[in-house]
Write a protein that binds this ligand. Structure first.
Ligand SMILES: Cc1cc2nc3c(=O)[nH]c(=O)nc-3n(C[C@H](O)[C@H](O)[C@H](O)COP(=O)(O)OP(=O)(O)OC[C@H]3O[C@@H](n4cnc5c(N)ncnc54)[C@H](O)[C@@H]3O)c2cc1C
Length: 406
């Protein structure tokens, strides 16, 4: 079991979940300190899309108030990023020069938008969508400009695009892959999503690659590799994320794309742990909040000593998203191959779609669009790996039909 001072570097959604688990039923530390680079305590980052679209207020982002931290004895410092980890003296140093000794250090520094790496990506008007500051800036600029280009048709790019459209901007989404949200959806699902978004007024161009951002001081246009130009006032880059591992790299911790940790979230230094979007486990990094929450649960058990055998298992994590109000769910394999058969059900009237992928009678993947209530049940079937042949005729209609038919 750990003891002494626990220092948590980064106060985002996953660090807060760790604190919740640690404070539940008491923890072994004499002092718990959390340091955040942003100027406020952890908030619900997922809701930033709703704030941008004008559907949520800043108050709704709050996860815990000061009273909760005070009652649980959590010391906190904001707006002061950790700049150095001194592993020899087991202390961290912040940008403001604060020095803090630790017995156990947890790195929960998250990730940042991946740079485009093309000429012009440093022009004025080229923005990201990651935190509250970005969100305020986008809202403010949407009131002064008419056109925006979003680079990236993953969930973040689509949320940014839809938010700016709701603010009255004419928005074009550029996506490298021929299909939107290609990690989570199959071809039909992507097409349905594109059609719904275009119906709302977004302009979508897939299978295109921006090769330069043009303008003297401010961005004026995006140059595509097919020689076309898209004129714009703003560019929002949402083409993937990069784990914030710089601090760990400088401290000499083993890092790949992220900070390499064991399944117990331990780095190459036994006194230092990492979790959330900054970490890498078995070569895998993470871009959604649920795996981070599971890591927080495991790490709390390890630190409390309540279950020394606790390990993070990167099982097939379901993805549940709401792209501008359209529910989407996927789990496991999303595209058919020569070893799978598909069961497809589509309701054109209600814009609902379901594809189930079976291998040897067992469910290996599901994609749901428009209606996702049965998603967790399909995920359970994927994890259990049961032979579903007896339910085949009713499988696409969900749990209730299958159980009635049984
Ligand atoms: C707009 C938006 C919408 C999203 N929607 C969804 C969704 O619908 N579903 C979903 O699953 N996921 C969604 N995500 C992703 C989700 O928010 C992340 O997976 C989650 O926030 C990761 O948590 P984290 O604690 O690892 O990192 P973060 O929440 O990014 O927190 C890390 C914190 O550490 C701070 N930090 C970094 N470096 C330092 C340093 N040196 N010193 C001190 N502090 C530091 C950062 O400033 C940040 O505050 C969304 C993300 C965004 C931006």
């Amino acid at each position: 079991m750990s003891s002494g001072t626990l220092v948590i570097c980064g106060h985002g959604m996953v660090a807060q979940r760790l604190l919740e688990h640690l404070c539940e039923g008491g923890h072994p530390f004499s002092r718990v300190v959390v340091l955040g680079a942003e100027s406020e305590p952890a908030y619900n980052r997922v809701l930033l899309s709703s704030v941008l679209a004008g559907d949520a207020t800043l108050d709704q982002l709050r996860l815990r108030d000061d009273a909760w931290f005070d009652a649980n004895g959590v010391e906190r410092y904001y707006g002061d990023p950790v700049t150095t980890i001194d592993r020899t003296y087991q202390q961290i140093i912040t940008a403001a020069g604060r020095e803090l000794a630790y017995d156990t250090l947890v790195l929960a520094t998250g990730a940042r938008p991946a740079p485009l790496g093309i000429p012009g990506d440093d022009l004025e008007g080229v923005l990201t969508f990651r935190d509250l500051r970005d969100t305020h800036q986008l809202i403010e600029l949407s009131q002064r400009h008419g056109r925006a280009v979003v680079i990236g048709g993953g969930f973040l790019g689509l949320e940014a695009a839809e938010g700016l459209r709701c603010r009255g901007m004419a928005v074009t989404v550029l996506h490298r892959n021929p299909h939107l949200l290609n990690r989570q959806l199959d071809t039909t699902g992507s097409k349905l999503l594109a059609a719904s978004l275009m119906q709302r007024g977004l302009s979508i161009r897939t299978g295109v690659r921006p090769c330069a951002l043009l303008g003297k001081r401010r961005v004026r246009a995006v140059q595509l590799d097919d020689s076309n130009l898209v004129s714009t006032d703003l560019v929002i880059t949402a083409a993937g994320i990069t784990p914030n591992a710089g601090l760990a790299i400088t401290a000499g911790l083993d890092c790949g794309r992220g900070i390499r940790v064991s399944r117990q979230l331990r780095t190459s230094d036994p006194a230092i742990f990492a979790l959330g979007e900054c970490c890498e486990i078995d070569g895998q990094t993470f871009g959604l909040v649920d795996p981070g929450y599971e890591q927080a649960r495991v790490l709390a058990q390890v630190l409390k000593g309540s279950d020394q055998g606790a390990v993070f298992r990167s099982t097939t994590q379901p993805t549940r998203l709401k792209i501008s109000g359209i529910p989407i769910f996927s789990c496991g394999q999303t595209r058919p191959d020569e070893n799978t058969e598909s069961i497809v059900w589509q309701d054109h009237g209600q814009n609902r779609y379901c594809r189930l992928l079976l291998r040897d009678g067992r469910l290996v993947g599901s994609v749901l669009f428009g209606e996702t209530r049965d998603g967790p049940w399909y995920a359970e079937q994927i994890h259990k790996g049961n032979d579903l042949t007896p339910w085949r005729a009713t499988l696409a209609f969900g749990r209730d039909y299958c159980e009635q038919a049984a």
